[in-house]
Design a protein around this ligand. Structure first.
Ligand SMILES: [Zn+2]
Length: 166
């Protein structure tokens, strides 16, 4: 095994950013804005700091395992920590991440601006990812996961999920 100290931190960061969210096909944790820092310490160990998305989202532990696996498979020893402050907000999702969500039939969250706003009170009506219709019926506050809500478009009648803005 070659020394991981020789690897550039940007190469290691690319490994971490490319780890996919277990619940969102093809959407990486880099797309979601979860990666706070990736550094290589003096011992050559990779130190990763992530901010979890939705509190209590069961995917969080899975993501930690997936990041660890991605790094150890490439010969790195790593420590992974979670930073809870400032809390993650859907505003951190990149434009590429929003496009991938839409392609997966999930309406990306609206930009909500300052995270100090109480965000659970009102969310703008979601736009149908298939036809762009603004009218839909809420089926469930909790779709496949706590992170998403389920809707039916009243224009094309197709069901879709919306990634909740927080
Ligand atoms: Zn529609």
């Amino acid at each position: 095994m070659t020394s991981s100290a020789a690897t550039s931190s940007s190469a290691v960061e690319a490994i971490v950013l490319a780890v996919e969210d277990p619940e969102l096909p093809h959407v990486t944790i880099g797309d979601l804005g979860m990666v706070r820092s990736v550094t290589i310490n003096d011992s050559g160990d990779v130190e990763v700091v992530l901010t979890p998305t939705y509190t209590g989202c069961p995917a969080t532990e899975q993501i930690r395992d997936d990041v660890m696996t991605a790094l150890t498979e490439r010969g790195h020893s790593a420590t992974i920590q979670f930073a809870m402050s400032p809390p993650w907000t859907t505003d951190w999702i990149t434009d590429a991440g929003r496009r991938k969500l839409r392609e997966a039939g999930i309406t990306p969250p609206e930009h909500i601006g300052a995270s100090t706003v109480s965000v659970t009170l009102r969310q703008p009506a979601p736009t149908c990812p298939r036809c762009g219709g603004r009218e839909s019926r809420l089926v469930s506050e909790f779709g496949g996961t706590a992170c998403k809500s389920s809707h039916v478009c009243t224009t094309c009648l197709e069901p879709f999920e919306r990634f909740k803005a927080i």
